[in-house]
Design a binder for this molecule. Structure first.
Ligand SMILES: [Fe+2]
Length: 260
């Protein structure tokens, strides 16, 4: 999607809190004396998009320049991708996919890209390429349940064009988590996938902030990924990813200037 000033405003507004709030934590690479625990993997499930939406950027609330936003509780999902030492992992491609507010995926075996079952304004899938700080950011909706599953967001992380982690994150404190077969199977390690969905301070529209930090279970030797190629090595996703990163970095710079 084209980056409208409005979207940038949303991001600025959000980043003001998220980036500055986390600054002390993330500007100290390798600050952890002890090794971190790798984020547990979970199944990809059957609904990774078989046909990508027209727009695959990190704003799932609006598809391209459409005026109508998606239904649902707007959530700013963000976090850092680090290695086991706590060092940020740059050039990691983070992907998320989830059901819309009606409980339908964009997968052709579920709601499809369009159709009566779906909120056709929800993008359903998005990508973000981490910068030097290892951080990622999506504007999406708070997940809702669908048959047999507790609310969740699917997350995949790629490094050097290869899938490094496939997992899911959940709403901390949601009573449905305890009845979810996949969550129960994880036992104690499910705690690492629980995310607090907190009201964004000063948000008139009741927006939420959710932080999900991802620890990859290896120590990258060079910190350089294969920028922009997908799992099959295709390079055409680069423009989208590069543009999202520039948007993010521009917003972050503006915030840093504002705060000086
Ligand atoms: Fe799912």
């Amino acid at each position: 999607m084209k980056v409208s000033s409005c979207v940038l405003c949303h991001r600025r507004d959000f980043l003001r809190r998220a980036v500055l709030g986390a600054a002390g934590f993330f500007t100290t690479p390798g600050a952890f004396a002890e090794a971190l625990t790798a984020t547990p993997a979970m199944t990809e499930g059957p609904f990774y998009p078989d046909q990508l939406p027209l727009d695959t950027d990190n704003d799932l609330i609006r598809i391209n320049d459409r005026i109508t936003p998606a239904m649902g509780a707007i959530t700013h999902l963000h976090g850092a991708v680090t290695d086991l030492k706590g060092d940020p992992v740059s050039n990691a491609r983070v992907e998320i996919w989830q059901v819309d507010d009606r409980g339908a995926y964009i997968h052709s075996r579920d709601g499809g890209l369009k159709g009566p079952k779906r909120d056709e304004h929800f993008q359903g899938f998005g990508r973000f390429l981490t910068g030097r700080d290892g951080r990622y950011y999506f504007r999406t909706i708070k997940p809702v349940p669908y048959s047999g599953r507790t609310p969740h967001i699917h997350v995949a992380v790629y490094r050097a064009g290869k899938r490094a982690l496939t997992t899911q994150c959940f709403i901390e404190g949601d009573l449905r988590n305890g009845r979810d077969v996949l969550v129960r199977r994880l036992g104690d390690s499910a705690k690492q996938l629980m995310v607090q969905f907190r009201p964004l301070p000063d948000s008139q529209a009741g927006e939420l902030s959710a932080e999900f930090n991802i620890v990859l279970g290896f120590t990258p030797d060079d910190g350089h990924g294969d920028i922009g190629s997908d799992a099959e090595g295709h390079q055409e996703v680069l423009p989208t990813l590069e543009r999202d990163r520039l948007t993010y970095e521009k917003a972050k710079r503006a915030l840093e200037e504002d705060s000086e």
